[in-house]
Design a protein around this ligand. Structure first.
Ligand SMILES: *[C@@H]1O[C@H](CO)[C@@H](O)[C@H](O)[C@H]1NC(C)=O
Ligand SMILES: *[C@@H]1O[C@H](CO)[C@@H](O)[C@H](O)[C@H]1NC(C)=O
Ligand SMILES: *[C@@H]1O[C@H](CO)[C@@H](O)[C@H](O)[C@H]1NC(C)=O
Ligand SMILES: *[C@@H]1O[C@H](CO)[C@@H](O)[C@H](O)[C@H]1NC(C)=O
Ligand SMILES: *[C@@H]1O[C@H](CO)[C@@H](O)[C@H](O)[C@H]1NC(C)=O
Ligand SMILES: *[C@@H]1O[C@H](CO)[C@@H](O)[C@H](O)[C@H]1NC(C)=O
Ligand SMILES: *[C@@H]1O[C@H](CO)[C@@H](O)[C@H](O)[C@H]1NC(C)=O
Ligand SMILES: *[C@@H]1O[C@H](CO)[C@@H](O)[C@H](O)[C@H]1NC(C)=O
Ligand SMILES: *[C@@H]1O[C@H](CO)[C@@H](O)[C@H](O)[C@H]1NC(C)=O
Ligand SMILES: *[C@@H]1O[C@H](CO)[C@@H](O)[C@H](O)[C@H]1NC(C)=O
Ligand SMILES: *[C@@H]1O[C@H](CO)[C@@H](O)[C@H](O)[C@H]1NC(C)=O
Ligand SMILES: *[C@@H]1O[C@H](CO)[C@@H](O)[C@H](O)[C@H]1NC(C)=O
Length: 481
């Protein structure tokens, strides 16, 4: 195998691999003559790793930071050039070639170089790689963990299991691509620990993890300095988007209940992802992103439950402790707030055949009784900062926000806020807001991101990360539909 086929796209890379074989599988070298290989080998990952929590002591703690750290991003207002293009349908500049309108980035003929071009790029792409490795491990692990009978009881067939296996292999490709872009310091595969104990919980967890992966990338992809990295990442994240929808279908949910998929900041994705990473190799490249305190949705809608999820507007401060009546804590983890599938058999919708009430795996289901609705009381509790979290318990949750006052709802093109009524300093409730993204498209549906904030700052999809200094806790994933 020649060097170029080892490093694929990256024949130009400025460093040398001490031992390419240590990182990349070799293509088959023996057997009958085959056509010349054009395929690039993929990253090597251990096939069997333990899935337990980390019990050691971290050798380093905290996010990486630079030698100089500023005090915040200023609000600069409009850039003067932002509105000068006339947008009148005429051509305003000479065309560089026939049929080629002037403008664009990376369109002038320079050779593309598929690397990171800034700290922002390296940290964002590394986060995406941590995510791909979680998914690679998660999909394989789910298949290995549960029996054929377990999958069948959840309505999933051998063909469905093959689709999960295929999705795991897609992650091998995504991890390879990102490793090639990042080079020798690319983060490696870690060990993981997941909260699920049933197939339905595994499917819901996977649906939520792929939502984090997809939305986490949308949040930064248009900000990358490396336009070259951005196109490859687009080509992988569109695949991830399909995975997210397939897990929704496996869960018996309406496959795509929104018109737009939300993008969220890197620190939101890292906050949600990192608790499931138990330990990483000693010299693992660390990340610069923030871990916010964890957010728990006490009456998270439960897609495995028939009919209206319990936990509605009748909850009061005194009944919030009554889990029988209100279906409280039907989750197995804060953050992702993954469902607990242990509901009474007559409350499970997995074998239901009723129109509008079934959550048996399917291309689509009407859930005619929605999982949530505007006006629903949503009860929340959250941690205080300073807790160790993530790989080797080596990151520390932090916030720079003031007192909790709002719940931010990030969904589709919108970030909107609802007032928070505190029960005590780390818990309270809010009312699910009522808004449409465009007429006919209720904004809050599917898996949405909610966070506790100290203010109702106006942000839009391109500057949503300006909210980070105001996040008290979260995000948590709210299963609106
Ligand atoms: C930067 O990291 C060092 C070492 O973890 C820590 O002591 C310091 O407080 C950090 N500085 C900032 C501004 O986060
Ligand atoms: C071509 O575009 C790249 C950025 O996309 C820029 O760095 C370079 O200077 C441009 N080259 C010329 C000749 O304009
Ligand atoms: C659903 O039906 C399958 C058999 O097809 C069974 O194994 C499973 O226990 C049932 N689940 C529930 C919650 O009734
Ligand atoms: C970590 O150490 C291993 C073994 O020495 C080496 O192969 C790998 O490249 C190192 N990783 C990083 C990110 O430096
Ligand atoms: C979500 O969308 C589905 C499909 O249109 C709809 O049935 C459901 O009522 C919606 N849920 C909410 C909370 O708007
Ligand atoms: C819960 O208690 C808080 C503080 O005592 C109070 O402001 C709020 O109105 C109460 N909420 C409900 C639903 O009773
Ligand atoms: C729900 O979970 C929270 C956080 O773990 C806990 O404080 C609360 O007591 C639980 N409530 C019930 C009704 O189990
Ligand atoms: C919870 O609510 C149910 C139904 O309203 C009631 O029967 C039960 O006594 C309540 N439990 C507690 C501990 O308040
Ligand atoms: C799910 O809920 C059941 C019943 O409350 C409980 O026994 C089980 O431990 C929960 N599962 C997880 C993974 O927390
Ligand atoms: C599915 O839901 C839509 C929107 O509520 C409704 O118009 C349609 O009649 C439903 N279809 C069936 C078969 O229930
Ligand atoms: C606040 O209320 C939550 C939910 O009832 C509870 O889990 C938590 O222990 C309380 N915190 C304090 C500081 O009282
Ligand atoms: C939601 O986003 C759309 C599209 O940007 C915008 O028109 C609408 O005003 C937003 N709604 C709210 C409540 O922010």
């Amino acid at each position: 195998m020649n060097r170029l086929s080892v490093i694929g796209l990256l024949g130009w890379l400025p460093y040398s691999w001490a031992s390419p074989a240590a990182h990349f599988a070799r293509a088959p070298t023996s057997g009958v003559p085959t056509p010349p290989l054009s395929s690039a080998p993929v990253v090597i990952v251990p096939t069997s790793i333990p899935h337990t929590s980390f019990s050691g002591t971290p050798s380093v703690t905290g996010a990486v930071n630079a030698s100089s750290v500023g005090s915040g991003i200023p609000s600069l207002g409009l850039s003067p050039a932002a509105t000068t293009y006339p947008s009148d349908g005429s051509l305003h500049d000479a065309e560089p070639a026939p049929y080629v309108p002037a403008g664009g980035l990376g369109t002038n003929g320079t050779t593309p170089v598929y690397n990171a071009k800034s700290d922002f790029d390296f940290e964002s792409l590394s986060l995406a790689l941590y995510q791909e490795y979680v998914e690679l491990d998660l999909f394989h692990y789910g298949l290995a963990r549960f029996s054929v009978q377990d999958f069948q009881a959840a309505g999933l067939s051998a063909e469905d299991r093959f689709l999960i296996e295929f999705m795991a292999n897609q992650e091998l490709g995504h991890a390879t691509m990102l490793t090639n872009i990042l080079g020798a310091a690319a983060p490696r595969q870690c060990t993981y620990n997941y909260p699920f104990t049933t197939v339905q919980e595994f499917i819901d967890f996977s649906q939520k993890i792929t939502r984090i992966g997809e939305s986490g990338v949308y949040g930064f992809i248009s900000h990358l300095d490396s336009r070259e990295a951005a196109i490859l990442l687009t080509q992988s994240i569109t695949t991830e988007a399909r995975q997210q929808m397939i897990f929704r279908q496996f869960e018996g949910l309406f496959p795509m209940p929104v018109w737009f998929e939300v993008g969220v900041p890197q620190s939101w994705a890292w906050t949600l992802l990192s608790p499931y990473i138990s330990s990483c190799p000693d010299n693992q490249t660390r990340l610069a992103w923030q871990n916010f305190p964890a957010l728990r949705i006490l009456n998270q809608p439960n897609p495995a439950r028939a009919g209206k999820s319990v936990g509605n507007a009748a909850i009061t401060n005194s009944t919030i402790t009554n889990s029988t009546t209100f279906g409280l804590n039907e989750t197995i983890s804060s953050g992702t707030n993954t469902l607990n599938s242990t509901v009474a058999a007559n409350s499970s919708c997995v074998n239901s055949t009723s129109m509008g009430g079934s959550c048996h795996p399917a291309i689509t289901h009407n859930r005619t009784t929605p999982l949530s609705w505007p006006g629903r009381q949503v009860w929340l509790s959250w941690e205080t900062p300073g807790r160790p979290v993530g790989p080797n318990n080596s990151y520390i949750t932090a916030t720079t926000a003031g007192s909790p006052r709002y719940v931010a709802w990030a969904s589709q093109l919108n970030v909107t806020y609802s007032a928070l009524t505190l029960s005590n300093s780390t818990s309270g409730y809010t009312i699910q807001p009522n808004l449409e993204t465009y007429a006919g498209d209720p904004a809050i549906n599917g898996t949405v991101f909610i966070a506790i904030t100290d203010t109702d700052l106006f942000v839009t999809p391109f500057n949503i990360s300006l909210l980070n200094p105001h996040v008290v806790a979260g995000p948590g994933l709210y299963q609106a539909g």
